[in-house]
Design a protein around this ligand. Structure first.
Ligand code: PGA
Ligand code: ZN
Length: 433
């Protein structure tokens, strides 16, 4: 036993921002140091994601309970990690993977494994009296930390807003801000202007799952026009001060017939048609980043999309790569995308997530740390984005505590460290020039 040996692990079921059960884990070390982590949950999930273990008991939270995962934390995981050194994050994460024994962490549940992995990291940081971002910088070998450029949800559709629009998210990127504090303020002006526009147009101003607005437009170009107007109404210049990102989340509307069913627009497109549509967006609007423009298994389409647009715009794989090194490797080998969304619960462990970030950076792909549409008050991803210096973070809108707590943590870190704002150079796809 040493000072940083794990003395106790306690899991519990708590609720996420959609009121659904999720896993929280507490880790205590021999010297009394403590770490806690809560696990997020997606709605528009990729098939290759690490497995979220749910009870399936219809009498308990309509099958969404995570009592089995919690039990796995409190029994098998606690027994296996008891006495292990929390300072050895890699060793802990390897042990967790080994214990589970499946590639997608199906047996113990990625929610049980990830909660433990992150709580261990926090406990180790506490024992070393280190800020969490500093601990992560050490684990990832980051020499100079940076404040990430936020990609902020403004308008929502898809599975985050009852399919009110075909495309899932329209986001704002404050490309010319001086600091994260400035960036958040500028986005706040755009978010408020968008709400005002909606009010004036008689469109709903209720919150979607990530705190964005859900105007329910039939056509994506209407949403893009609203984005433009909101940026201008906020006194900013579209493209120069504030750019636009789109998360198409196309996996959610690819149908059995192999075509993309834009139900609200009343159109069915093949991959080529989708690519044409995206190219037009990039021509007509200051769109600098497009995520999941095509389905998670449409590798041929992705190749064509990348050869058409990767030099002009950031193309991000979310459902496509699922924070999985093998899938990212496959994409790199075939020239697919130039950015990767990084979601800790898609991967399942902290070390595995850091590996994917390193793999992306080494190949010149832009990693973007991302929240899920079901979040908790745990601001871990703020420290992760700073500590790995990836340069970009994607969080929900500036509404509700589960989202705002991440922005608040970024504000604290910026004040404490005076780390520089990453700025436009963090984006892939020729945006930097
Ligand atoms: P999810 O959405 O958390 O529901 O997967 C976020 C995203 O698609 O980026
Ligand atoms: Zn996405």
């Amino acid at each position: 036993m040493t000072r940083t040996s794990i003395a106790g692990i306690q899991g519990r079921q708590i609720l996420d921002s959609r009121g659904r059960p999720t896993v929280e884990v507490d880790v205590t070390l021999a010297d009394g140091s403590f770490g806690r982590a809560a696990v997020p949950s997606g709605a528009s999930t990729g098939t290759a994601e690490a497995h979220e273990l749910r009870d399936g008991d219809p009498l308990h939270y309509a099958g969404l309970g995570v009592r089995k995962a919690v039990q796995n934390v409190n029994t098998e995981i606690a027994a296996a990690l008891g006495g292990c050194d929390a300072g050895d994050q890699r060793g802990i994460d390897d042990r967790l993977r080994e214990l589970d024994g499946t590639a997608q962490l199906k047996r113990l549940g990625a929610n049980a494994v990830l909660g433990t992995s992150i709580a261990v990291c926090r406990a180790a940081a506490a024992a070393a009296r280190q800020a969490l971002h500093a601990r992560i910088a050490e684990l990832s070998g980051t020499a100079r930390i940076e404040m990430p450029v936020p990609m902020v949800n403004i308008l929502s559709g898809g599975l985050h807003a009852g399919r009110g629009m075909d495309v899932q998210d329209f986001l704002a990127i404050p490309v010319r801000a001086a600091s994260i504090e400035d960036a958040i303020h500028l986005v706040s002006r755009v978010r408020n202007a968008a709400a005002e526009q909606c009010r004036q147009l008689g469109l709903p101003t209720l919150l979607a799952d990530e705190g964005g607005l859900s105007p329910g437009y039939e056509r994506s170009t209407q949403a893009l026009e609203l984005m433009l107007k909101s940026i201008e109404a906020a006194g900013l210049t579209p493209g120069q001060d504030m750019a636009i990102a789109i998360d198409v989340a196309a996996t959610a509307f690819k149908a059995e017939d192999g075509r993309y069913h834009l139900a609200r627009e009343g159109r069915k497109l093949d991959s080529e048609g989708m690519i044409d549509m995206m190219e037009q967006w990039v021509k007509d609007y200051p769109v600098v980043s497009i995520e999941d423009g095509l389905d998670e298994e449409d590798w041929e389409g992705w190749k064509a999309l990348s050869s058409r647009l990767a030099k002009r715009v950031q193309l991000v794989g979310d459902d496509l790569f699922t924070t999985n090194g093998e899938r990212l490797g496959r994409g790199m080998a075939s020239g697919v995308a130039n950015g990767v969304l990084v979601k800790v619960n898609q991967n399942g462990t902290l070390s595995g997530t850091l590996d994917v970030i390193a793999q992306a950076k080494a190949a010149g792909y832009a990693p973007i740390i991302s929240a899920r549409s079901g979040e908790t008050e745990d601001p871990f991803i703020a420290d992760l984005a700073v500590g790995t210096a990836v340069g970009q973070i994607k969080i929900g809108s500036l509404r509700t505590s589960s989202t705002v707590c991440k922005y608040n943590q970024l504000l604290r870190i910026e004040m404490e460290t005076a780390a520089p704002y990453a700025g436009m150079k963090a984006l892939a796809g020729g945006n930097a020039s």
